[in-house]
Design a binder for this molecule. Sequence first.
Ligand code: MN3
Length: 254
Amino acid sequence: MQKRTFLKMTALATLSAWMPWGNGFAKPSLSSATGLYPWSKGLRRGNEFVLPNLPYAFDALEPAIDAQTMEIHHGKHHAAYVSNLNKAVAGTSFETMSLEDICMKVTEASPAIRNNAGGHWNHSLFWNILNGNRTAETAPQGALAEAINAAFGSFEQFKTKFGEAAKGRFGSGWAWLVVNSNKQLLITSTPNQDNPLMANLVKTEELGLPILALDVWEHAYYLKYQNKRADYVEAFWQVVNWNQVSDYYNQLFK
Ligand code: MN3
C-alpha cells in the first residue's frame, strides 16, 4: 500500500470511529491522526511531552507577527502547556497516551489535562501552518482551492468567514478549518485550548481533522496589535503556509 493511501485511510478511519454513524472501520490504531501530522511524533520523547523546536526563526514572520511575540509565545506560553501537561498526566491513565488520543478522550480527563493537552497540540499545528520559510504559495492551489471555492464560494469569501470565526470568538480561543467525517471543509472555532479533535466535547458536526488554525488568544497578538484583533487576523493571511495546508488536504483526499 502506498504511504499516502495508508495515511488517508488511517486518518479517515479515526474520524469514522469517532462518529455514531461510523462506516465500519475497525478501531483506529494509536496514532491514526498522527499519520496526518508528521510533527506529532516530536511532541513526546519517552515518557515526557516535549516542546518542539520552532521550524523557523522568531523573526521569520515579520512584520505580520513580530519576533518578540513569537519568542514569548513559543518559549513561554507553549513551553508552559508542555510542562503543565507533564505534571497533569503524571500517575494517570493519560500518561502514556499520544496527544491525539488524549484529545479524543478528553472528557474523561481533568481540566488541567484538557487545557494543556489542547495547548500543546494546538500550538504545534499553528507553528506548522505558518509560512516561516517564505517558500509557500500565498493562496491555496489545486484540489484545496477547488474545495474552498465549492464550500465557501471563493477564496475571498472563505477568508471573510474564517476571519469572522476568529474575530467572533469571545475571549480566548482558536479558529479552525477542519475536514469533518463527511469529508467536508468546515470553519469552526473553539474556546480556550479546546480543538476539533476533542470528541464528546465539540459538537459532533464540528469534529474533524484541522488543516488550518489561528490562535486568537491575546498573547498571540497583543504586543503588536494591542486590542486590534481584526488587524492581526488580517495580517495572518500574509503568513499562511498554503503548501502545508494543501498537503494535509491532499493526504486526506488523494
Ligand atoms: Mn497561544
